[in-house]
Design a protein around this ligand. Structure first.
Ligand code: MN
Length: 246
Protein backbone atom coordinates (compact mmCIF):
# COMPACT_ATOMS: atom_id res chain seq x y z
CA UNK A 1 0.00 0.00 0.00
CA UNK A 2 1.36 3.39 -0.97
CA UNK A 3 -0.44 5.42 1.63
CA UNK A 4 -1.69 5.25 5.16
CA UNK A 5 -4.89 5.93 7.00
CA UNK A 6 -3.90 7.69 10.17
CA UNK A 7 -6.61 8.92 12.45
CA UNK A 8 -9.18 10.85 10.45
CA UNK A 9 -7.11 11.26 7.31
CA UNK A 10 -6.81 8.98 4.34
CA UNK A 11 -3.91 9.64 2.04
CA UNK A 12 -4.84 9.00 -1.57
CA UNK A 13 -2.56 7.78 -4.29
CA UNK A 14 -2.19 10.27 -7.12
CA UNK A 15 -1.18 7.84 -9.76
CA UNK A 16 -4.58 6.60 -11.00
CA UNK A 17 -5.23 6.74 -14.77
CA UNK A 18 -7.68 9.66 -14.63
CA UNK A 19 -5.54 11.56 -12.15
CA UNK A 20 -2.50 11.15 -14.33
CA UNK A 21 -4.33 13.18 -16.99
CA UNK A 22 -5.95 15.70 -14.66
CA UNK A 23 -3.57 15.89 -11.71
CA UNK A 24 -4.82 19.18 -10.28
CA UNK A 25 -8.45 18.18 -10.62
CA UNK A 26 -7.90 14.81 -9.01
CA UNK A 27 -5.53 15.79 -6.27
CA UNK A 28 -8.43 16.59 -4.04
CA UNK A 29 -9.08 14.32 -1.14
CA UNK A 30 -11.41 12.61 -1.66
CA UNK A 31 -11.15 12.72 -5.46
CA UNK A 32 -14.25 13.84 -7.41
CA UNK A 33 -16.69 11.34 -8.93
CA UNK A 34 -14.85 11.12 -12.24
CA UNK A 35 -12.17 9.30 -10.26
CA UNK A 36 -14.65 6.87 -8.75
CA UNK A 37 -13.44 3.83 -10.66
CA UNK A 38 -9.84 4.55 -9.89
CA UNK A 39 -10.79 5.32 -6.33
CA UNK A 40 -12.55 2.02 -5.87
CA UNK A 41 -9.53 0.08 -7.07
CA UNK A 42 -6.69 1.98 -5.55
CA UNK A 43 -8.01 3.62 -2.40
CA UNK A 44 -5.74 2.92 0.51
CA UNK A 45 -6.65 0.35 3.08
CA UNK A 46 -6.34 1.25 6.74
CA UNK A 47 -2.78 0.93 7.98
CA UNK A 48 -1.13 0.80 11.36
CA UNK A 49 0.55 4.17 11.97
CA UNK A 50 4.09 3.97 13.32
CA UNK A 51 4.76 5.36 16.77
CA UNK A 52 6.64 8.65 16.75
CA UNK A 53 8.62 7.63 19.85
CA UNK A 54 10.40 4.49 21.06
CA UNK A 55 8.45 1.67 22.67
CA UNK A 56 10.30 2.27 25.92
CA UNK A 57 9.86 6.05 25.79
CA UNK A 58 6.88 6.04 28.15
CA UNK A 59 8.64 4.04 30.88
CA UNK A 60 8.16 3.75 33.79
CA UNK A 61 4.52 4.79 33.39
CA UNK A 62 3.82 2.49 30.44
CA UNK A 63 6.28 -0.34 29.94
CA UNK A 64 7.83 -1.26 26.58
CA UNK A 65 6.31 -4.75 26.51
CA UNK A 66 2.83 -3.33 26.91
CA UNK A 67 3.52 -0.83 24.12
CA UNK A 68 4.74 -3.59 21.79
CA UNK A 69 1.71 -5.78 22.41
CA UNK A 70 -0.74 -2.90 22.42
CA UNK A 71 0.52 -1.21 19.26
CA UNK A 72 1.95 -4.08 17.20
CA UNK A 73 -0.63 -6.73 18.07
CA UNK A 74 -3.86 -5.23 19.38
CA UNK A 75 -3.98 -2.18 17.12
CA UNK A 76 -2.81 -4.25 14.13
CA UNK A 77 -5.71 -6.65 14.72
CA UNK A 78 -8.21 -3.76 14.64
CA UNK A 79 -6.63 -2.60 11.37
CA UNK A 80 -6.80 -6.07 9.82
CA UNK A 81 -10.39 -6.62 10.92
CA UNK A 82 -11.41 -3.12 9.77
CA UNK A 83 -10.01 -3.85 6.30
CA UNK A 84 -11.77 -7.23 6.23
CA UNK A 85 -15.07 -5.54 7.13
CA UNK A 86 -14.69 -2.88 4.43
CA UNK A 87 -13.82 -5.58 1.89
CA UNK A 88 -17.25 -7.10 2.52
CA UNK A 89 -18.96 -3.77 1.76
CA UNK A 90 -17.03 -2.22 -1.16
CA UNK A 91 -19.26 0.87 -1.16
CA UNK A 92 -17.47 1.87 2.05
CA UNK A 93 -14.01 1.88 0.44
CA UNK A 94 -12.34 5.25 0.63
CA UNK A 95 -14.39 6.52 3.54
CA UNK A 96 -12.36 7.81 6.45
CA UNK A 97 -12.74 6.23 9.89
CA UNK A 98 -14.42 9.44 11.04
CA UNK A 99 -16.91 9.35 8.16
CA UNK A 100 -17.82 5.75 8.97
CA UNK A 101 -18.09 6.21 12.72
CA UNK A 102 -20.00 9.47 12.63
CA UNK A 103 -22.79 7.85 10.63
CA UNK A 104 -22.94 4.19 11.59
CA UNK A 105 -26.60 4.05 10.54
CA UNK A 106 -25.40 4.43 6.94
CA UNK A 107 -23.14 1.40 7.24
CA UNK A 108 -24.76 -1.83 5.95
CA UNK A 109 -26.12 -3.83 8.85
CA UNK A 110 -24.14 -6.94 7.92
CA UNK A 111 -20.86 -5.18 8.72
CA UNK A 112 -22.03 -2.47 11.11
CA UNK A 113 -20.83 -4.13 14.32
CA UNK A 114 -17.50 -5.07 12.76
CA UNK A 115 -17.00 -1.49 11.54
CA UNK A 116 -18.05 -0.01 14.85
CA UNK A 117 -15.63 -2.21 16.81
CA UNK A 118 -12.66 -2.38 14.46
CA UNK A 119 -12.71 0.96 12.64
CA UNK A 120 -13.45 2.36 16.09
CA UNK A 121 -10.44 0.52 17.51
CA UNK A 122 -8.22 1.77 14.70
CA UNK A 123 -9.47 5.35 14.98
CA UNK A 124 -9.23 5.54 18.78
CA UNK A 125 -5.76 4.03 19.02
CA UNK A 126 -4.43 6.17 16.15
CA UNK A 127 -5.32 9.28 18.16
CA UNK A 128 -4.20 7.76 21.45
CA UNK A 129 -0.58 7.20 20.34
CA UNK A 130 -0.19 10.76 19.15
CA UNK A 131 -1.32 12.23 22.46
CA UNK A 132 1.41 10.57 24.49
CA UNK A 133 5.15 11.11 24.63
CA UNK A 134 8.17 10.91 26.85
CA UNK A 135 7.97 14.53 27.96
CA UNK A 136 4.67 14.84 29.70
CA UNK A 137 4.02 18.07 31.44
CA UNK A 138 1.30 20.57 32.00
CA UNK A 139 -1.26 21.95 29.59
CA UNK A 140 -0.77 25.38 28.15
CA UNK A 141 -2.50 27.53 25.58
CA UNK A 142 -6.17 27.34 24.64
CA UNK A 143 -6.75 23.88 26.12
CA UNK A 144 -5.39 24.94 29.52
CA UNK A 145 -7.76 27.91 29.57
CA UNK A 146 -10.73 25.82 28.45
CA UNK A 147 -10.08 23.14 31.08
CA UNK A 148 -9.85 25.79 33.77
CA UNK A 149 -13.05 27.54 32.76
CA UNK A 150 -14.96 24.25 32.32
CA UNK A 151 -13.78 22.18 35.27
CA UNK A 152 -12.41 24.75 37.74
CA UNK A 153 -8.78 23.68 37.56
CA UNK A 154 -6.52 20.99 36.16
CA UNK A 155 -6.75 18.81 39.28
CA UNK A 156 -10.54 18.74 39.19
CA UNK A 157 -10.49 17.91 35.50
CA UNK A 158 -8.06 15.03 36.00
CA UNK A 159 -10.11 13.69 38.89
CA UNK A 160 -13.24 13.71 36.76
CA UNK A 161 -11.44 12.07 33.85
CA UNK A 162 -9.88 9.38 36.08
CA UNK A 163 -13.26 8.75 37.64
CA UNK A 164 -14.80 8.22 34.19
CA UNK A 165 -12.05 5.72 33.39
CA UNK A 166 -12.36 3.95 36.71
CA UNK A 167 -16.13 3.61 36.57
CA UNK A 168 -16.22 2.37 32.99
CA UNK A 169 -17.35 -1.21 33.58
CA UNK A 170 -15.27 -3.66 31.60
CA UNK A 171 -13.39 -2.40 28.57
CA UNK A 172 -13.59 1.09 27.16
CA UNK A 173 -12.14 4.58 27.09
CA UNK A 174 -12.16 7.78 29.12
CA UNK A 175 -12.52 10.92 27.02
CA UNK A 176 -12.30 14.65 26.95
CA UNK A 177 -14.42 15.71 23.99
CA UNK A 178 -15.70 18.91 22.45
CA UNK A 179 -19.42 19.25 21.82
CA UNK A 180 -21.77 22.12 20.99
CA UNK A 181 -21.74 23.25 24.61
CA UNK A 182 -17.99 22.99 25.09
CA UNK A 183 -15.70 20.45 26.71
CA UNK A 184 -17.04 17.38 28.47
CA UNK A 185 -15.69 14.26 30.12
CA UNK A 186 -17.29 10.95 29.23
CA UNK A 187 -16.53 7.27 28.96
CA UNK A 188 -17.43 4.82 26.22
CA UNK A 189 -17.64 1.04 26.20
CA UNK A 190 -15.54 -1.21 23.98
CA UNK A 191 -14.20 0.76 20.98
CA UNK A 192 -17.08 3.21 20.75
CA UNK A 193 -15.99 6.70 19.84
CA UNK A 194 -17.51 10.07 20.76
CA UNK A 195 -17.61 10.95 17.04
CA UNK A 196 -20.61 8.58 16.84
CA UNK A 197 -22.34 10.96 19.27
CA UNK A 198 -21.39 14.05 17.28
CA UNK A 199 -18.55 14.95 19.64
CA UNK A 200 -14.93 15.71 18.74
CA UNK A 201 -12.29 13.71 20.64
CA UNK A 202 -9.67 15.89 22.31
CA UNK A 203 -7.98 13.52 24.78
CA UNK A 204 -8.50 9.85 25.55
CA UNK A 205 -7.16 7.10 27.74
CA UNK A 206 -7.52 3.41 27.07
CA UNK A 207 -8.92 1.47 30.04
CA UNK A 208 -8.97 -1.94 28.37
CA UNK A 209 -6.95 -4.34 30.49
CA UNK A 210 -4.56 -4.81 27.54
CA UNK A 211 -3.46 -1.20 28.07
CA UNK A 212 -2.17 -1.68 31.60
CA UNK A 213 -2.49 -5.22 32.96
CA UNK A 214 1.13 -6.39 32.57
CA UNK A 215 2.41 -3.59 34.77
CA UNK A 216 -0.53 -2.61 36.93
CA UNK A 217 -2.53 -5.88 37.01
CA UNK A 218 -5.93 -5.02 38.50
CA UNK A 219 -4.86 -1.55 39.70
CA UNK A 220 -6.63 0.54 37.06
CA UNK A 221 -6.74 3.60 39.34
CA UNK A 222 -2.96 3.56 39.68
CA UNK A 223 -2.54 3.35 35.91
CA UNK A 224 -4.96 6.23 35.39
CA UNK A 225 -3.01 8.41 37.82
CA UNK A 226 0.39 7.55 36.40
CA UNK A 227 -0.73 8.06 32.78
CA UNK A 228 -0.85 11.86 33.16
CA UNK A 229 2.95 11.85 33.21
CA UNK A 230 3.04 10.84 29.54
CA UNK A 231 0.33 13.12 28.14
CA UNK A 232 1.70 15.22 25.28
CA UNK A 233 -0.14 18.47 26.01
CA UNK A 234 1.23 20.30 22.98
CA UNK A 235 -0.53 17.74 20.76
CA UNK A 236 -3.70 17.87 22.87
CA UNK A 237 -3.74 21.63 22.44
CA UNK A 238 -3.29 21.27 18.67
CA UNK A 239 -6.26 18.89 18.51
CA UNK A 240 -8.36 21.28 20.54
CA UNK A 241 -7.51 24.30 18.39
CA UNK A 242 -8.25 22.30 15.24
CA UNK A 243 -11.56 21.04 16.67
CA UNK A 244 -12.63 24.63 17.43
CA UNK A 245 -12.06 25.60 13.80
CA UNK A 246 -13.82 22.64 12.20
MN1 MN B 1 -6.16 -0.54 23.39
Amino acid sequence: MAGAATGAEVVFSRSGPVCAIYPIFCNRSPPPLICAEWRKDSVMAFELPALTYAYEALEPHIDAQTMHLHHDKHHQTYVDNANAAVAKAPELAGKTPEELLSNLAAVPEAVRTAIRNNVGGHFNHSIFWTLMGPNGGHPSGAIAEAIKSTFGDQAQFQEKFNDAGLKQFGSGWAWLALGPSGLQVLSTANQDSPVSQGLKPILLNDVWEHAYYLKYQNRRAEYLKSWWSVVNWAEVNKRYELALKK
